[in-house]
Ligand binder design. Structure first.
Ligand code: 6GU
Length: 237
């Protein structure tokens, strides 16, 4: 984590200013962003971890952590959370989980001076990313969501790799409903088929529930399904 205010030079550690051209809200100044991103590029992620906002002792090196810039040839990815970004999906998470070096630039206020984004393209693969069509006050919560979605796809982060493939959106369908003991709870039984021990019927039932649920809740997902792929998966059930 790098605190932008640690890269300001004025007494008030100012990171924002009024927008050229007028309008409501404030815009993040370019100089602290360039200095902070420059430090991340120079030292690699470990150098920026825990950097104090005010002068103080440098943090101890993390054993085993990357300490230098990433391998030549692969530019680090700079994820810029913004409601004006490309929509972050499971496919995005899968793609970013394969990358060696991710940097997340959390802006506040109305956004970051666009020249920072332009300058960053010389050093990073810049990816403006949105969680969806609603507005948050800052990028931090959006980045927490993205880091969790990406992190769980990195080998070793989730205990059982099988639990990664069955979940919602892995195959473009929503997950089927799940039940546990007791078999009867407040007059509500668990669907009989799940107690049958018949693996073929259970798989068929779950698949049908996925299809029904997706059609009811997310017709937009149904429209983008690949019928051939769906048929192949269905024959395997
Ligand atoms: Cl990534 N940032 C902000 N500020 N608002 C958002 C968002 C991101 N995604 C949806 N709304």
């Amino acid at each position: 984590m790098t605190d932008l205010r640690g890269f300001t030079t004025d007494r008030h550690r100012t990171v924002d200013d009024t927008p050229y051209g007028g309008g409501a809200g404030m815009v993040m100044k370019p100089e602290p962003w360039a200095a902070a991103l420059g430090a991340v590029l120079e030292g690699g992620p470990a150098a920026a971890v825990g950097r104090p906002a005010v002068a103080g002792p440098a943090p101890a090196a993390v054993p085993g952590a990357a300490t230098g810039p990433s391998a030549p040839g692969e530019r680090p990815v700079l994820v810029v959370p913004s409601p004006a970004g490309e929509v972050f999906t499971q496919a995005t998470a899968r793609e970013l989980a394969l990358r060696e070096h991710l940097v997340f630039a959390c802006g506040r206020y109305e956004g970051i001076d666009e020249r920072v984004v332009d300058w960053s393209r010389e050093h990073f693969e810049v990816r403006p990313m949105s969680l969806g069509d609603y507005v948050l006050n800052g990028g931090e919560v959006a980045v927490l969501a993205m880091v969790e979605a990406i992190g769980r796809l990195v080998p070793g982060v989730v205990g059982n790799p099988a639990s990664l493939v069955e979940e919602s959106h892995a195959d473009g369908l929503l997950e089927y409903p799940v039940y546990t003991k007791p078999a009867l709870w407040r007059d509500r039984p668990v669907p009989e088929v799940l107690l049958s021990g018949h693996h073929g019927r259970i798989a068929r039932w779950r698949r049908d529930r996925q299809l029904q649920r997706t059609a009811a809740r997310r017709p937009d997902l149904v429209a983008s399904l690949d019928p051939a792929r769906l048929d192949r998966a269905d024959r395997a059930v």
